[in-house]
Ligand binder design. Structure first.
Ligand code: NCD
Length: 310
């Protein structure tokens, strides 16, 4: 099925074949993302971005992707200066953005905000993070990073480390990895385990999932170590956060016992989970991962807005 005109709210909205189509298209976008070739594939299109939570990479890479393909962007980046401050509902804001732009990219602190926006909008809505819910375009670039490093996703042993409870990138990624037949190793503080509904869903997919809270053991046979930040802003109680803050940190000593081809990934921003010394090792893949957000979002926007892969 074509992605043209479709919403992307959860990674579950895409079939395995559709994910493969985006990844394939994204590889062809790399020279354009690097400025070596130019494209006007989205000439005349307008992307409306509404970010009701902080963002650096996601917003900038969507804007970069749109502009590299000749589209333009309008955005609400600062909620304090928009009518949301006056009490405007997400429904009304979205309806208006849908009237202005050809597609909407939305980030919002409430889980389910993407679905609500999709109901309000007659234009495609891309969920760029809804609270502790989903972050599907991040998953696409995460998969692209793994695929680039290993040439496949099937059979990879992927450690998901950190805040598996509130981390929306992990909720999306775990599903996709299961669909592609990767093995999952869950490693988190006891209070930050994967939510039961996400875990049950993985079981229903027949995913290979194990839990390993001891980091050296988790890392030992891993191909990918996917590190996440503890999502401080989602904690109702400061004291609960204090109990888990700083409870894991990746450094070169830990990576000494890892496979030589292990890649360390992180959706970023990092807040102390990966020591800067790791940056200089061949394991560090997180900056490449952040770059790949551009070609992946180029592919996604192109397929959603035109039905064509560039
Ligand atoms: C992540 C997010 O916003 O969910 N960041 C991102 O999009 N690259 C992860 C995080 O904030 O920890």
């Amino acid at each position: 099925m074509s992605l043209k005109g479709r919403d992307l709210i959860s990674i579950r909205d895409l079939s395995r074949e559709e994910i493969e189509e985006v990844l394939k298209a994204s590889r062809r976008m790399i020279p354009i993302a690097q400025g070596e070739r130019s494209s006007r594939a989205l000439d005349g299109r307008l992307l409306a971005l509404a970010f009701f939570e902080p963002s650096t990479r996601t917003r900038l890479s969507f804007e970069t992707a749109a502009q590299r393909l000749g589209a333009r962007c309008v955005s609400i980046a600062d909620v304090a200066s928009s009518s949301v401050r006056k009490g405007e509902s997400l429904y009304d804001t979205t309806r208006m953005l849908a009237a202005y732009g050809d597609a909407i990219v939305l980030r919002h602190p409430n889980e389910g905000a993407g679905r609500l926006a999709a109901l309000a909008s007659d234009k495609p809505v891309i969920n760029a993070g809804d609270g502790a819910g989903q972050h599907p375009s991040q998953t696409l670039l995460d998969l692209a990073t793994m695929h680039e490093a290993f040439g496949t996703l099937t059979g990879l042993r992927v450690v998901l480390l950190g805040d598996l409870k509130y981390g929306r990138t992990v909720h999306s990624l775990a599903h996709a990895l299961a669909v592609f037949g990767a093995e999952l190793v869950l490693s988190s503080p006891a209070s930050l385990k994967l939510p039961p509904d996400v875990r049950d869903h993985l079981d229903q997919l027949g995913a290979k999932v194990v839990e390993e809270d001891e980091l050296p053991k988790a890392v030992k046979d891993a191909d990918v170590l996917y590190v996440t930040r503890i999502q401080k802003e989602r904690f109702g109680d400061e004291a609960e956060y204090a109990k888990v803050a700083g409870s894991y940190r990746i450094d070169n000593a830990l990576l000494n016992s890892a496979k030589s081809r292990l890649i360390v990934m992180h959706p970023l921003p990092r807040a102390g989970e990966i020591a800067p010394e790791v940056d200089a090792t061949p394991h560090a893949a997180y900056f490449r991962q952040a770059f790949l957000g551009v070609p992946v979002r180029m592919a996604l926007l192109s397929l959603i807005l035109t039905g064509k892969a560039g």
